[in-house]
Design a protein around this ligand. Structure first.
Ligand code: HEC
Length: 110
């Protein structure tokens, strides 16, 4: 239990740092490096292949791509609310949503 908690708080620290970096990155033109940074941020919570280690984080592995894009759009528009995902979705454009959703739909580590 204790170990798991510690791991989670470490992960959360790393994640808030990457959210900060991603927000900064989104101000410049989108590049492959930005996309990789975005994917790493998603992986930190949702798992490398979309199977999450955290009970409070849903698995994205093999989920329908169109469904995931729709959820991200709803987080961005405020129709769906979550403390973290609302912030995360705001920095994504449609192309990035599609690319990330298609990565997790495959359910394979890259
Ligand atoms: C800090 C942790 C965290 C990060 C980083 C994160 N997510 Fe999430 N994500 C969550 C949590 C928690 C939920 C569940 C929210 C809820 O309960 O509504 C969620 C929900 C989702 C959902 C909806 C899943 C469903 O079954 O409806 C999608 C899609 C998603 N995230 C994609 C992403 C993508 C893509 C990224 C990277 C750009 C990302 N997430 C980054 C924690 C995170």
């Amino acid at each position: 239990m204790g170990v798991n908690k510690n791991k989670k708080s470490k992960a959360i620290k790393a994640i808030s740092l990457s959210i900060g970096l991603a927000v900064m990155g989104s101000m410049s033109a989108a590049s492959a490096a930005d996309d990789q940074a975005l994917l790493n941020m998603c992986k930190a919570c949702h798992g490398n292949d979309g199977s999450s280690e955290f009970a409070s984080t849903p698995n994205l592995k093999w989920q329908n791509t169109a469904y995931m894009v729709k959820q991200l759009e709803q987080f961005k528009s405020g129709q769906r609310q979550d403390k973290t995902m609302t912030k995360v979705a705001k920095i994504l454009n449609k192309q990035q949503m599609e690319a990330l959703a298609s990565y997790f739909n495959k359910g394979k580590e890259e």
